[in-house]
Design a protein around this ligand. Structure first.
Ligand code: SAM
Length: 240
């Protein structure tokens, strides 16, 4: 039987036992039909896999004993993707791929050329949870509330390195960027791209503006490419 992965808040782990409630409890018992004695991996989102055995199943909770805790994924760098909000829920795809790649946080934003203005954080979190389970991640990526470009320009001042992808850039690229930082932010625009003023403001906030080549990529393509190339440069795509 496949050992399935569940995510709980760290407060649910006490004295070598972990309690599942809510959606994760329902998924374990109603969907996956778990019984006492079944095995599971329970994650607190900290890079540790807790190998557990179901000890008790109540009406609305399950208690598992932790048999072994393994540090499954040590990250040297943290990556945040600021992604322009996209039409037709295309940001769902960006969130899913970002989680699979190991991005720690996805922050949707609206800017002058955004054609969409509504975003459901709960929907984004559900997609991130499912993606983390599917790819066997030991981290649970954060999906933030929708921000404005002005809020993003404030946020990015707290990062060691900020890379903004801009199709108007002709010289700088990831190849010319030094990337030894441990807390990196990436910014990709919406379908309509950035206004030049937004790019200038980002530069003033410390962003390096880079090209992703001569072709105009769809926003979702640009997000995946930029995350993958950056993670690789940070050594986060090595196995150990
Ligand atoms: N403004 C473009 C146009 O008018 O066709 C479209 C923007 S593109 C669809 C969406 C986002 O992807 C851009 O804001 C940028 O962040 C990123 N992007 C796409 N192609 C890129 C490239 N060749 N270099 C850097 N960034 C790119």
């Amino acid at each position: 039987m496949e050992i399935r992965r569940f995510f709980v808040d760290k407060s649910m782990l006490q004295d070598g036992k972990v309690t599942l409630r809510g959606d994760e409890f329902l998924h374990m018992t109603k969907v996956l039909r778990y019984k006492v004695g079944f095995k599971a991996v329970v994650c607190l989102g900290d890079g540790v896999d807790n190998y557990c055995t179901v000890e008790e199943i109540g009406k609305d909770y399950a208690v598992l004993s932790v048999d072994e805790s393994v540090v499954a994924d040590k990250k040297n760098a943290r990556l945040t993707l600021y992604a322009g909000l996209l039409k037709n829920n295309k940001l769902d795809f960006v969130i899913q791929k970002a989680v699979e790649l190991g991005v720690d946080r996805v922050v949707p934003f609206v800017s002058a050329n955004s054609a969409e203005s509504k975003f459901s954080k709960e929907r984004g979190e559900r997609i991130a949870l499912e993606a983390a389970k599917q790819c066997g991640s030991s981290y649970l990526s954060i999906v933030d509330d929708l921000k404005t470009i002005d809020e993003v320009l404030q946020d990015i001042k707290g990062f060691d390195k900020v890379l903004l992808a801009y199709e108007g850039e002709r010289h700088n690229s990831l190849k010319t960027s030094s990337l030894t930082a441990s807390n990196v932010a990436l910014i990709v625009g919406p379908e309509g791209g950035f206004k030049l003023g937004e790019v200038d403001m980002a530069k003033k906030s410390g962003a390096d503006v880079i090209t992703l080549g001569r072709r105009i990529l769809r926003a979702e393509t640009a997000s995946i490419v930029l995350c993958a190339l950056t993670l690789d440069k940070l050594g986060e795509l090595d196995y150990d």
